[in-house]
Design a protein around this ligand. Sequence first.
Ligand code: PBG
Length: 326
Amino acid sequence: MAFPQTRLRRLRATRALRGLVRETHLHPADFVYPMFVAHGLDRREPIEAMPGINRLSIANAVTEAEQVAGLGIPAVLLFGIPATKDEDGSGAWDDEGVVQLATRAIKEAVPELIVITDLCLCGYTSHGHCGVVRSDGVVDNDATLELLARTAVSQARAGADVVAPSDMMDGRVGTIRAGLDYEGYATTPILAYSAKFASAFYGPFREAAGSTPAFGDRRAYQMDPANAEEALRETALDVDEGADIVMVKPALPYLDVIRRVKDETHMPVAAYNVSGEYAMIKAAAAAGYLDERAAVLETLTSIRRAGADFVITYHAKDAARWLQET
Ligand code: PBG
């Protein structure tokens, strides 16, 4: 009689057999590549804490988008670095704003590539908060909603295939949906950052986007890392308001939340493998502490195994190349 250990091992004997019984598969088609677009000519500014990621002027972003598509990655997520910022973040809904210009240029050059636009004010406000700040320093939820809807419409008009609100204001998905429908963009889906935690892992991103809050923090609108039930309530609200895809962010410290959101909402679920998660692997690999390729593929596989249908990740291009080699 075989020992149970032997029985489990029989399926691990060869690579082909392991492949046949593998539960989770990773493919470039599961990735979304985030990009930082900026004004200027031939700009390519490295982001210190995110080796390999740059702020790109539009022509360079188009070249990179072509590469991304060539690797079999179906979508990019665009973040804009505006030339100027103001109290309300008006650059966000400017039809000639940096994200709008980049969206048009990318769609023209690579029409098959899905362009997702991040929809938030924090990159455009002088104070760095995700909404309008009242005189007492509090972010005014309701006053922000209309500006978000206006931004969504401007992005859709520029050709965005999907809009992705990342602000965490209450009621934003419903307001954005109504705004898009009213302006004739009823078919533009909303990818909602539904369970977005107030995380230390956004540090490198804020350096990249220059969006560190000038005062206070984002805990009034982003979620407490201790709460998973609340993540389900936030997600349910977004689904009720019309979200087409829900997101959990960050990914690695919240794998349990990804699993629960997937099981309980039955919605398409995205996970955002954020800047700090990327920085950790890059730094450890640069120091020779771990094998970057193995660590990245294991991480991305685990996020998919937890229940994410796709992963937004700065590793997308490298991972796509590695997957093609295997
Ligand atoms: C903006 C936004 C943030 C990220 C995506 N959209 C940062 C934040 O909330 O401060 C983080 C992405 C990353 O860390 O890679 N609201």
